[in-house]
Design a binder for this molecule. Structure first.
Ligand code: FES
Length: 136
């Protein structure tokens, strides 16, 4: 018997968010990642791990592991989908508003879950650039 997702009725998640949460394509960890970061939320204490494969200045693959809620999984999925094939400069310009729009809105108390996913991306880009600078 399928498990009922009871949070949905209380939080009014969109159908799209529920679909992304139930069937994310990019959950996991890249073994050969060029950069891997963990980012934590000071609000809820949850963590997201993001791993990226980068060729030149372009993100060629991205995976995430969320130790958070449905909103974090859905926004992690949106971000990893959006950045695949984009340059680092293009990726760092992705805004929280864009991500929230992609999941067709978030309850106000879940905005920090999108912020967490977005902060992980920014941290991964900064970490990768620092690493590249050290190696050059
Ligand atoms: Fe912690 Fe959503 S409540 S990531």
């Amino acid at each position: 018997m399928p498990i009922k997702y009871s949070e949905r009725s209380r939080l009014k998640y969109s159908e799209k968010l529920i679909e992304l949460f139930r069937n994310p394509k990019n959950v996991g960890e890249l073994e050969d990642a060029d950069v891997k970061v963990d980012e934590g939320s000071p609000i809820c204490g949850d963590v997201i791990r993001l791993s990226l494969k980068i060729k030149g200045d372009r993100i060629v693959d991205a995976k995430f592991l969320s130790f958070g809620c449905a909103a974090n999984i859905a926004t992690g999925e949106v971000i990893t989908e959006k950045i695949k094939g984009r340059t680092l400069d293009e990726s760092e310009k992705i805004t929280i508003e864009e991500v929230v729009k992609e999941v067709e809105g978030l309850p106000a108390i879940k905005m920090h879950c999108a912020v967490l996913a977005s902060k992980a991306l920014k941290k991964a880009i900064v970490t990768y650039r620092r690493k590249e600078k050290r190696l050059s």
